[in-house]
Design a protein around this ligand. Sequence first.
Ligand code: ZN
Length: 437
Amino acid sequence: MSEAFSGKFAVVHCGQLVTMAGAPRARRGPAEMRELAIIEDGAMLIADGVIERVGATHALRASLAKEKNIGIIDAQGCVVTPGFVDAHTHIAFTGSRAAEFEQRIEGKTYRQIAAAGGGIANTMRATRLATEEQLLEQTCRHAQWFLRTGTTTIEAKSGYGLSLEAELKILRVIRSLGQKMPLRVAPTLLAAHTVPPEFQQDREGYIALILKDILPQVQRENLARFCDVFCDEHAFTLAESRTILTAAKQAGLGLRMHVEQFAADGGAALAAELGAATADHLECTDVQGIAALARSNVQPVLVPASVFCLGRSHYPQARAMIDAGLSVVLATDFNPGSSPTTSMPFVMFLACQQMKMLPCEALTAATINAAYSLGLGDTVGSLEPGKAADFSIHEFKDHRELAYFAAVPNLPQVFIAGQRVETCPETFSRAVLQGEL
Ligand SMILES: [Zn+2]
């Protein structure tokens, strides 16, 4: 971080100040999701990292005329939005899956690679071997990538440890990440990502480990806010998912679920039955599943970049979900196998291009709706008095260009709690500029 403004400062001449102000809940359905509450030539007054006032630049200027020692940031007519909130990431891992990327290009499927010991198991081996310091170092590197495109809050899952020690190590690293980096982090236990190799012949044994050892220890150390399960015929069945999530709920954790990525198998209905905060993926979810989510107010978290990166064409039915009154969320699903991207603009582009969401709906899904899905809607996701000053100044004059020009490497000015975030990694530039023979 740099350029700390102590005390008060104002951001003025925001060509479009996208405030997302409104009722204190996630936006549902097309009308609410299209309402961005934009202030033309807008301004914000920020004090001690919190937004104090929001309004038109001329009005704010007039009211501040007598105040002294107020720093000014001139946004020069650019678009200013809340920082992106990425509600589904697998940020903490080590190793690379570049070789598998090549294998997939040459025709191998994700499942064939997994059957040969690749996929999640590949990343699991590397992540288990890494020390806490090594894992933290690589995770911080990933965090820089998120910050660079304007993401200021993420959800972060474990799930590449799959043993008591390794899952705890990952969750401790996720906690350290939130302390070491300006990024806000909501931690999720995903011990039920897949059954690890040593339990292939003893699924019940692994589930017992989650219930009797991992979950209680995570609760004791207060290491997670949510519990997630990958519910799929190749991961955990509906019955196994229900068992694990019921225990997690009793332990006081919110619930998130990977469901119906490859088949409409009742995962969405289970998320509704359990009162999950979110049901994620939903590529195959049909009208009955959508209706079940709507009845229980479960937020769908759609991850189109993982569909795209797997080379598939079956995207979730975002339009039907929005029309059914759901408060849709977009996320990257950043992970080394199926979604190697940290860019919310890229996800918004895919949401528009492939799922027919409008740019305004995509922006809502990437900010305020995502914040509420993490239980953080009172703090972040919109630019309103009393909320954290987490925002980005983009180089565009029209907010729709955030999604439209997503493939352009535009680097916004990013602020978290009123502090400007340095998005060029210092360690990298130092290493490049100060090499020795
Ligand atoms: Zn995921």
